[in-house]
Design a protein around this ligand. Structure first.
Ligand SMILES: NC(=O)c1ccc[n+]([C@@H]2O[C@H](COP(=O)([O-])OP(=O)(O)OC[C@H]3O[C@@H](n4cnc5c(N)ncnc54)[C@H](O)[C@@H]3O)[C@@H](O)[C@H]2O)c1
Length: 353
């Protein structure tokens, strides 16, 4: 018999309830619905039963939008008063660790939480440990790995279409480290076939002190080179286009324009490649819908999650490695040298990532 699960949405801002207007009309297929609330509403077997936000204006708007009367300004009260099975956390980063811990303590079955998981590596390792010890199912806001185009490309790579992976490049333009590049770092982890980055070299701009263990403002990343323990190298490039390219010894797969298309170039000879061929794929749901469906099947059937704790830690290591390298004038740094307490607050204007 199909089971049904009660969900609470904690954080009823943009990502909790809607999508930036400027993106709605330009997203390729596979992005919408994007917000936690809209997606939960569309997902079979999950019922949105409670909302929480200390901002009463956002809370009231969400209450009207979703027709939910159980509203709270405190997540502790929200978790105490309701029989919640799934918690969806769409706050900014600072309160997220405490909310994850409160959800674990309340005995929920599953948590979806936004990226980045937290503001330093020590906290990330503790949180993943606590989630795993509690045997809670979880999913993460790095959504491309849940999206049809990226999953299809991964299947093609697993079927050996481009041979042994040598390099992964993510072209996400010049943008902010903590707000945007959790996605780039996750794509490197997803396609490199390793969740153990060993070295990072990066160039960032922004305000930072060369010796402090706390960087307040979100940095702008210009370029990063990452090495993984399996020998695969990754680049986060300043090139525009939102393309991810995976280079193997038999060809290249490109997921172009944020999942709008996939192309394949086969190696023609030792030096050159054939012209690219477009590879069709089906899009049956948005990344966020797939993410929540996967969360339900993890609870129901104990299926393998699409992301695991070490993947999340690895993408955090890449982000913190970029800032740590930049702080040292762009030298190559060893991931194991990043102090656990090295903290990126990710502040832009008066908000945190
Ligand atoms: N996965 C993605 O593709 C994606 C896209 C955009 C943003 N994000 C991430 O989503 C997060 C939220 O971004 P946003 O644009 O929705 O921010 P936002 O500021 O619009 O919304 C955050 C909401 O959380 C509420 N909040 C703050 N403290 C809280 C608490 N203790 N309990 C409950 N609610 C609390 C705020 O009042 C606000 O309404 C960010 O960390 C961002 O990095 C992810």
């Amino acid at each position: 018999m199909t089971k049904s699960y009660n969900a609470a949405l904690i954080g009823c801002g943009k990502m909790g309830t809607s999508t930036f207007d400027h993106l709605v009309n330009v997203f390729p297929k596979g992005w919408l619905p994007l917000s936690h609330g809209e997606t939960i509403e569309k997902t079979q077997n999950i019922n949105l039963v409670a909302l929480c936000d200390p901002d009463k204006n956002n809370l009231q708007k969400a209450s009207q939008q979703f027709g939910i009367k159980q509203t709270y300004t405190s997540y502790e009260e929200c978790l105490k008063d309701n029989d919640i099975h799934i918690v969806s956390i769409a706050t900014r980063t600072p309160p997220r660790p405490d909310i994850i811990r409160a959800a674990i303590k309340s005995g929920v079955k599953a948590i979806h939480f936004e990226k980045p998981i937290c503001q330093n590596l020590g906290e990330a390792k503790l949180l993943i440990n606590e989630l795993n010890n509690a045997k809670i199912k979880y999913s993460y806001g790095t959504l491309r790995r849940y999206m049809a185009a990226y999953r299809h490309a991964k299947n093609l790579i697993n079927d050996d279409i481009i041979g042994k992976i040598k390099h992964v490049t993510v072209e996400n333009d010049v943008t902010t480290l903590m707000w945007n590049h959790p996605h780039s770092a996750d794509m490197l982890v997803y396609f490199s076939g390793s969740n153990t980055p060993t070295h990072v070299q990066a160039n960032c701009s922004g305000q930072f002190d060369a010796t402090s263990h706390i960087i307040e403002n979100d940095l702008t990343l210009h370029h990063a080179e990452i090495t993984f323990d399996n020998g695969v190298r990754g680049t986060i490039s300043s090139a525009p286009g939102m393309n991810t390219r995976i280079y193997g010894d038999k060809g290249i797969i490109t997921i172009g324009s944020d999942g709008a298309y996939i192309t394949h170039n086969a190696m023609k000879n030792d030096f050159y490649m054939d012209t690219p061929k477009t590879i069709p794929f089906d899009v049956n749901e948005s990344a966020m819908e797939y993410c929540f469906q996967n969360l339900v099947s993890q609870i129901d059937e104990d299926t393998i999650p699409l992301i695991n704790g070490q993947d999340i830690i690895a993408s955090q290591e890449i982000l913190f490695g970029c800032a740590y390298s930049a702080q040292k004038q762009g030298v190559i740094i060893n991931i194991s040298d990043i102090p656990d307490e090295f903290t990126l607050l990710g502040k832009s204007s008066d908000c945190y990532a």
